[in-house]
Design a protein around this ligand. Structure first.
Ligand code: UGA
Length: 439
């Protein structure tokens, strides 16, 4: 099938390469010439395990190319919209300018019978509005909403083997025709027995924001328990293990620590609240404000804890920050809790050395005031405290005995509850973590 993918960021680039892998003839369109050139040369503009190999394979098959020219989408019958919907500056609402620009320029190339399939995360009501626009300008062209649930770090796997397919369709014949095209493009995934939810536009849009809000709530729930554990001397990790054994609750997304960040969860819960307000249903989502507050409080608590272990003052103390991406296996530093903490520590007078296996270049570009070094050992050289803020495997696997010879003071703060406490304490470290009693 001939398809176009509009917007070649994280979602679009992975989607384009994955669709080519499934046998389709794909053109990826983006306004960013540098990004298009990089992708065309099989260079991934971001760190994502397995993606560069997939990109090289798909380009090599001749079924994938990238372009800055929307006219190259003219032959396609299915057009996936994968542009970003960031938070508006100074507001909670989502900024839809890229979605609107993509739709406007698509109108120039759409033909009757073509399907526009939106994958971007949008406020409920957007699809209906865009569908009017598409049908008004190109009679016979169709629109569907087909949200994407990929996780950074697992983007390739999540795209090729999603846990569900959600189709938000127009009623009647248009919806049936759109469904047939989506089933055709996802034939391999459908044949694998992947559950499908076929619904209306509004439900499909809400599935995505509801899913991210649920995940954010789950993380903030356990972090609220961590606050209580800190007040009572209980242990949040054991608490999470114990409640997680109940399969109605489940252990996933109950890792207490510095909380959620990234380009999705924080802005999605805020955009959801803003949209609920516009719809006169703000009360339904006021709890998300608390979810957001709990999350942000963890960052403040981490800075306090660092000050506590540095004998009450951060002034002149050398602090090593291990991990700066918003989560492991990603170089994404958007709304990264780790960087937020690192910057606070520095503002309060600490001498901060940050290291991350993948995000170094991004930090140097966006946070030039922070010192970035290449290895955990360099970061921890003569440190008064070591903070694990993003739980990359190489940091979880550090040998506390050898690592202890690098620092000035063997004090470790485990911001992700990811280290083996007993091992670190046995090697003479004082161990502190959010939601767990001090050693
Ligand atoms: C999230 C969703 O998980 C995806 O399903 C969704 O498609 C995506 O947003 C999106 O909207 O595009 P992602 O942002 O890649 O994916 O990251 P998550 O794995 O959800 O992690 C989010 C944050 O929560 C990270 O900062 C992570 O460190 C934190 N987290 C996660 C915790 O603090 N505790 C946990 O137990 C789990």
């Amino acid at each position: 099938m001939k398809i176009s993918v509009i917007g070649c960021g994280y979602l679009g680039a992975v989607h384009a390469a994955s669709m080519a892998e499934l046998g389709h003839d794909v053109v990826g369109i983006d306004v960013d010439r540098l990004k298009v050139e990089a992708l065309q040369q099989a260079r991934a503009p971001f760190y994502e395990p397995g993606f560069e190999e997939l990109l090289a394979r798909s380009l090599g098959s001749g079924r994938l190319r990238f372009s800055v020219d929307m006219a190259d989408a003219r032959d396609a019958v299915l057009h996936f919209v994968c542009v970003g919907t960031p938070q508006k500056r100074g507001e909670y609402a989502a900024d839809l300018r890229y979605v609107e620009a993509a739709a406007e320029s698509l109108l120039e190339v759409l033909k009757p019978g073509d399907l526009v399939a939106g994958k971007s995360t949008v406020p409920v009501g957007t699809a209906a509005r865009l569908a009017e626009l598409v049908r008004g300008k190109v009679p016979g062209a169709m629109l569907a909403w087909n949200p994407e649930f990929l996780r950074e770090g697992y983007a390739v796997q999540d795209t090729l083997h999603p846990d569900r397919l959600v189709y938000g369709l127009a009623p009647g014949d248009e919806g049936q025709a759109a469904r047939a095209l989506l089933d055709e493009v996802y034939a391999t995934i459908v044949a694998a027995g992947t559950p499908q939810v076929v619904t209306d536009y509004a439900t499909a849009e809400m599935v995505k924001t509801a899913a991210n809000s649920f995940l954010a709530t789950k993380i903030s729930f356990i972090n609220a328990m961590a606050e209580l554990c800190e007040a009572t001397g209980a242990d949040v990790k054991q608490l999470a293990d114990a409640i997680g054994h109940d399969d109605r609750i489940g252990r996933k997304f109950l890792n207490a620590g510095l909380g959620f960040g990234g380009g999705c969860l924080p802005k999605d819960i805020r955009a959801f609240m803003a949209r609920a307000g516009e719809l006169g249903a703000d009360q339904a989502l006021t709890f998300l404000r608390e979810v957001d507050n709990i999350n942000m409080r963890r960052r403040i608590r981490m800075v306090e804890l660092a000050r506590e272990v540095c004998d009450g003052s951060l002034l002149g103390k050398r602090v090593a920050v291990l991990g700066a991406a918003f989560k492991p296996d990603s170089d994404d530093i958007r709304d990264s809790p780790a960087l937020n903490v690192a910057a606070q520590l520095q503002l309060q007078g600490a001498v901060v050395q940050v290291t991350d296996p993948a995000a170094g270049d991004n930090i140097r570009r966006s946070w030039p005031q922070l010192d970035v070094v290449d290895t955990a050992e360099e970061a921890a050289h003569r440190a008064d405290a070591v903070l694990l803020l993003t739980e990359w495997k190489q940091y979880r696997d550090l040998d506390p005995v050898a690592f202890g010879s690098v620092v000035r003071q063997k004090r470790v703060l485990d911001g992700r509850n990811a280290l083996d406490r007993d091992r670190w304490e046995a090697a003479g470290w004082s161990y502190r973590a959010l939601g767990r009693r001090g050693g």
